[in-house]
Write a protein that binds this ligand. Structure first.
Ligand SMILES: [Fe+2]
Length: 158
């Protein structure tokens, strides 16, 4: 059934596409962070293991919120791995157990998502007239800015 929420069909569809692309990026970053949680090696293993766990738990919550926002616009959320891999803008690197490499990969992904969301937050508001989704992606952007800061703080000494 159509969502009758004061946004044109064309605009709802455009925003749903943006959100599904974000959903793909969030899923790739979630799995990458879990991969590092599992495969990290170093004398601060438990510190990094727990740090990554805190971050992937936040990403898991974001994944769910983004998918459900797509549904609130009356569209279907992408829900297959092959669709995420086709849509995502984030690269998947070779396996690494090394701290600085893992952190640099994660930082690049968080920063890439932040840059995209900053652009889309304005576009969703001014062009697609969807204030709710604009505020929503701004909130997600702020969470990524904080996660990026925490990763960056580890990298200073490396
Ligand atoms: Fe675990």
């Amino acid at each position: 059934m159509k969502a009758n929420i004061g946004i044109t069909d064309k605009n709802k569809e455009a925003v749903a596409i943006i959100l599904n692309e974000l959903l793909a990026d969030e899923n790739v970053l979630y799995i990458k962070t879990r991969n590092y949680h599992w495969n990290y090696e170093g004398d601060n293993f438990m510190e990094m293991h727990k740090f990554y766990e805190g971050q992937y738990q936040q990403l898991e919550a974001i994944v769910d919120e983004v998918a459900e926002r797509v549904r609130a616009l009356g569209h279907y959320a992408e829900g297959r791995m092959k669709d995420y891999l086709r849509i995502t803008r984030l690269p998947e690197q070779d396996y690494s157990s090394e701290q600085s490499e893992q952190l640099k990969n994660l930082l690049a992904d968080h920063e890439s998502i932040v840059v995209n969301l900053r652009k889309f937050a304005d576009k969703i508001d001014t062009i697609y007239k969807d204030k709710g989704s604009s505020d929503f992606v701004t909130g997600i952007m702020i969470q990524h800015e904080k996660m990026a800061w925490m990763i960056r703080s580890y990298l200073k000494g490396l």
